[in-house]
Design a protein around this ligand. Structure first.
Ligand SMILES: *Cc1c(COP(=O)(O)O)cnc(C)c1O
Length: 389
């Protein structure tokens, strides 16, 4: 059904398969294995000659429905689901690369992704060079004869830097490498990296795809040929998405589009309001004309998204005072939830960096990140007003 329907329709209907009971809402199959009609059928399933589920490490109908739906939303030939976003990133490398190969990655990526590339994959002979998310020339200059993968998040966390996905995909393809985009901040409702030239899309489904802070999940999407290696890693190594989590995410996707519109509307209003506050040095939100890559963001994203970062003039003291004065906002590092969350990156998500590294990355002590939820914008502003001097 994928070609003829709009994204809003696909989010509600794509991937849905009914069982013998003709249930209207998608069923949750809590079973680890599946029964075959005969020895010959079992053999045909295992050989791949007959389609159908075998064992839930690599085939479960609820997980398959979630994969089909997300593939439809991203315009991908195939989606492979994982237990978490980090498992999806690991599987991308394990499924497609080998020891002795090289990654060029944005400097502004999720902290655990940096740890994975530098400390774990580094031990297995995969080397990573970090470059600016906003300067394609640095990516070109970092390429080596063994470069296999470009890895980027756009917009980045927490500074909302926007990378030129088309430009990076051209550079990657010129040197025979693949471009992978972690599309967590936008979700397919706001940005489709494959349509912009990327080869691989990665999701932490824990964020906007679930959208209500309930479960962990992840996914890798791309062509049939690329996903074959990723799927083989899943089938063999087993970082499998549970059927229950897949079901929650499947149902979460049905409201993705209207949630992303509402998150974005609230975030833009909040960003405009913050920009007018005298105690705030600068506001970083891709939907604001003052954002350094505003034009690029508006060309490749439908809206500015739900994450707003800003710098207080009073540094860390002012940031902590603001956070501690809130009564409704959740002080937590999670994002992509209906509930608004507030974070001080320098002392939480980015505290493992040295002060010099933080300075180089633009994570100042006065920086606060808000993942804007779906509460009334007036109540969110009133909660923040308490701590703004
Ligand atoms: C949360 C997050 C991840 C990791 O996802 P998990 O589901 O927590 O493993 C990866 N990338 C980005 C951008 C994230 O925000």
């Amino acid at each position: 059904m994928n070609e003829q329907y709009d994204l809003d329709t696909l989010a509600v209907r794509a991937g849905s398969v009914r069982s013998q009971f003709n249930e209207h809402s998608e069923a949750l199959f809590l079973t680890s294995s599946f029964v075959f009609g005969s020895a010959a059928e079992a053999a045909a399933r295992f050989k791949g000659e007959q389609p159908g589920p075998i064992y839930a490490r690599f085939t479960n109908p609820t997980v398959s429905m979630m994969e089909e739906r997300l593939a439809a939303l991203e315009g991908a030939e195939r989606c492979v689901a994982f237990a978490s976003g980090m498992a999806a990133i690991l599987a991308t490398v394990m499924g497609l690369m080998k020891s002795g190969e090289h990654v060029v990655a944005s400097r502004s990526i999720f902290g655990s992704t940096v740890q994975l590339f530098s400390n774990i994959l580094g031990r297995f002979g995969i080397e990573t060079t970090y470059v600016s998310p906003t300067d394609p020339a640095e990516w070109q200059a970092a390429v080596k004869p063994n470069t296999k993968l470009f890895f980027v998040e756009s917009p980045s966390n927490p500074l909302t830097e926007v990378s030129d996905i088309r430009a990076l995909s051209r550079i990657a393809h010129d040197v025979g490498a693949w471009l992978a985009v972690d599309n967590c901040f936008c979700s397919p409702a706001l940005q489709n990296p494959l349509a912009l030239g990327a080869d691989i899309v990665i999701h932490s489904a824990t964020k906007y795809l679930d959208g209500q802070g309930r479960v962990l999940g992840g996914a890798v999407l791309g062509s049939q040929a690329l996903m074959e290696g990723v799927y083989t890693f899943l089938r063999t190594a087993g970082p499998t998405l549970s059927a229950f989590n897949a079901w929650v995410i499947l149902k979460g996707m049905e409201t993705l589009s209207i949630r992303m519109e509402a998150h974005s509307r609230n975030a833009l209003a909040l960003a405009q309001w913050l920009e007018a506050q005298p105690s705030i040095e600068r506001v970083l939100y891709p939907g604001l004309p003052s954002h350094p890559q505003h034009a690029l963001a508006m060309a490749q994203q439908k809206t500015g998204g739900g994450i707003v970062a800003f710098e207080l003039k009073g540094g860390k003291d002012a940031a902590w005072k603001l956070i501690d004065a809130t009564k409704m906002l959740s002080i937590t590092a999670n994002l992509g939830d209906t509930k608004t969350t507030i974070t001080h990156p320098a002392t939480t998500t980015h505290s493992r960096m040295t002060p010099e590294q933080r300075m180089a990355a633009g994570i100042s002590d006065g920086l606060v990140r808000i993942a804007v939820g779906l509460e009334s914008i007036a109540d969110i502003q009133a909660d923040l007003e308490r701590g703004l001097v």
